[in-house]
Design a protein around this ligand. Structure first.
Ligand code: NI
Length: 255
């Protein structure tokens, strides 16, 4: 039985949890979960994340606009995010970034939105949670320009890109994809990554690790990811959980 498990990236405001959200979250502490960061993806889910995290002592949240949500933002969205960030459970701006897989059509708008939210995070002295899908070049260019604190969540880049992320002082988040059969790149990243720069995450309800692949994900599945990292690194899974929890608390300034 594992303990001291921190899920650095979850979406419990997703409708996939509408039927049993309270039961699910209520049971997590018994499964050894000590912390969760619930991530917003637009203004509505950011507000919902604030409300939900107020109900659970182990839950924190990030507020931000995901690149897929770049259309139809109200002109005062930065003010709304700023107001949300004053909540004592708000620990980051996220998730923010670039997604050229789903949205090839809005590259310039995405870059502008990403940079504005990075500047906000710097003004507020908060780390960022970065989403980068098929946009490694532009993501790295923007991160090098602004040098924010933060994590590249669900990292899908090469070991070479990971080395650049480390040079910037940022963290790398790995989740269920590391356990998939075709996870060659993620395994290589886990091999080269110093343990003190790794965060574990579910991105639930998506990305459930093997042997739960395809099911609805939840923070109770983090140990499957820790076991995979432990196998790659040749250490025991509880040590992986302990060090990644410490890393998460350090990055997000959680006492
Ligand atoms: Ni996410």
């Amino acid at each position: 039985m594992y303990k001291n498990i921190f899920d650095s990236h979850a979406h419990y405001t997703d409708k996939a949890f509408n039927d049993d959200r309270e039961n699910m979250l209520g049971s997590l502490k018994e499964s050894g979960i000590c912390g969760i960061i619930n991530c917003g993806a637009d203004l509505e889910s950011s507000k919902e994340s604030a409300t939900l995290s107020a109900e659970y002592d182990f839950m924190y949240f990030a507020c931000g606009i995901h690149p897929e949500e770049v259309d139809n933002l109200p002109s005062d969205y930065l003010d709304t995010l700023k107001a949300l960030s004053k909540d004592k459970k708000c620990v980051a701006i996220g998730e923010i970034g670039l997604d050229y897989y789903w949205r090839q059509d809005t590259k310039d708008l995405q870059k502008e939105l990403f940079e504005k939210q990075i500047l906000l995070s710097k003004e507020l002295d908060l780390p960022i949670i970065v989403h980068d899908r098929e946009a490694h070049g532009d993501t790295m260019e923007i991160l090098k320009k602004h040098r924010p604190k933060g994590v590249l969540h669900c990292f899908s880049g090469s070991p070479e890109t990971a080395a650049e992320v480390l040079k910037l002082g940022m963290f790398i988040g790995l989740g269920g994809a590391l356990t998939f059969k075709n996870a060659r790149k993620a395994v290589e990243v886990a091999e080269m990554l110093p343990l003190d720069r790794l965060l574990l995450e579910t991105d639930c309800p998506y990305m459930a690790p093997v042997p739960m692949r395809g099911k609805r994900n939840n923070s109770g599945y983090i140990p499957f990811i820790a076991e995979k990292v432990a196998e790659i690194k040749g250490i025991d899974p509880q040590s992986v959980l302990d060090v990644t929890t410490e890393n998460t608390k350090k990055l997000f300034n959680i006492k």
